[in-house]
Design a protein around this ligand. Sequence first.
Ligand code: GLU
Length: 304
Amino acid sequence: MPSSPIYRGRFAPSPTGPLHFGSLVAAVGSYLDAKHHHGTWLVRMEDIDTPRCVPGAADDILRTLAAFGLHGDAPVIYQSRRAAAYEQALHTLQANGAAYPCGCTRKEISDSALLGIEGAVYPGTCRHGIPAGREGRAWRVRTDRTLPCRGSVKFNDALQGRITQHLESEIGDFVVKRADGLFAYQLAVVVDDAHQGITHVVRGADLLASTPRQIYLQGLLDLPMPHYMHLPVAVNEAGEKLSKQTLASPVAATQPVKTLLRVLEFMKQEPPLELAGGDVQAMLDWAVKNWHPERLNGMRTIPA
Ligand code: GLU
């Protein structure tokens, strides 16, 4: 078994509903990778987008994780309580001239924007100052700061290989503090991964396109860059990610052994069937020892 002197991993669910199969894959994958490397595994509740959070969902997710034997090695941290840290990071970006206020409405942006890989690429209207008579509503980060590799962010993902993204043309200047006063996921996740000393991020490939923004922010904030591993996303027959939006059913915590077996099969871990007769802990112990993420090399989606 490989041993690394320091490994700190995490699972960072958003409490917008109960855990579904896709998020359980990310939870189990991040846990197995951490424990296989004798590392620490943490749970962080990403309840920053308060309008999307569902009351009771955070506790429900923690109960479900516990039913699967997935216990964090330190108390859970909640993003809703960390506004001061995000404010400080925003302040650093402002002081470096990397962040600017933006007074554009969503409609104005979509009317004049080109389409990038995640919708509208901000046309840069407020980059050099807010037009007269307008007020700053959100804060954006300029994506034209000097980067190594001629404007492109490049990194090696443990499963997805070499990833290259040209931030300015493919994403555009992105929001770090929203018009409604809430901090954006991209900023919060970077501040928190550094705060928790995360060395390895293991999560779903649906977040692969966000990673270059996070690496870019780490550079601007002088924070260390973790290793990244993006697991394939569970999709339905129509190829859509299993989520609340596609009406995926929540994970039933009543049959954890059966469900965990399905999760391990989904991740091509080839669990021996006799494990089905045991308990969750025995199955997790087996999976930690026999963790082979390389079987998922290059896979972005798998039908669940
Ligand atoms: N909170 C994000 C989500 O549930 C995951 C963030 C992350 O793992 O970086 O999609």
